[in-house]
Unconditional design. Sequence first.
Length: 268
Amino acid sequence: MFAVDRRLLAKLEPVVQRVLVVDPNLHAARLLTEIMKGLGSRDVVVQPDQDLALMAAEEMEPGIVFIERSGEGLDGEALARALRRSHLECRRAAIIMVTADATERAIRGARDSGVHEFLRKPFTSTDLFKRVSNVALKPRGWVEAMGYVGPDRRRFNSGEFSGKRKRKADRSEMDLAGQADVKDQAMRILATALDRFDSDPVQAARAIREQAATLKALALKPSDPCLAVAVGALEVSMAGAPLTKAALAAPIEALLAMHKAGHLARTG
């Protein structure tokens, strides 16, 4: 096991305290367990299949879940999707997919099932440490949509200069562009969630609540009172129970119309 700075281990501790390893191969699971304990994990539970893994996740609420992509009684991608769409407290926990099949198809499948990182076998302690550091120290935004639930799949270009000498105007433009992207995505998800509400009302409601919170935050930076009022109307409609498509349609359509009008004004 390689040496790791104690200060760095302290930063990892909140995430690595409780770890769930899902792998029917006991030797591979034991290797992961030993390395994670070296990184400060106190509670590492190993399960061989999907059903037992979900039961363990509910009981222990892991900070990281390692999932073997395939094995007897195990479909790693299906398990990741089930965890993401569950009602468990740990549904947003970091998931690292582990496999010897590192093809483009496997990597895309893992990404689209909602995992944070992909770890190819055979791996070293350093390889594993890098993945754990990424999920613990570089948090990514959460996407609660209809077809996808998990961390934001977009990767940022670390080669872009962002040092102290970067002009404030450049940073402001980047911030505004990022906010516009977030708003566009939220509006697209709202439209899809409303359209598919009847086929999957539970996930549609989750997606709508998440986008309402996102848009409410955007309305505060910079101040956008019109957006704040429109989001407030949506929040009022969500206060009733049970949620229905009919009750949500008007406030969502008002938000979409406002967004479309703003887009036309900017591009026109």
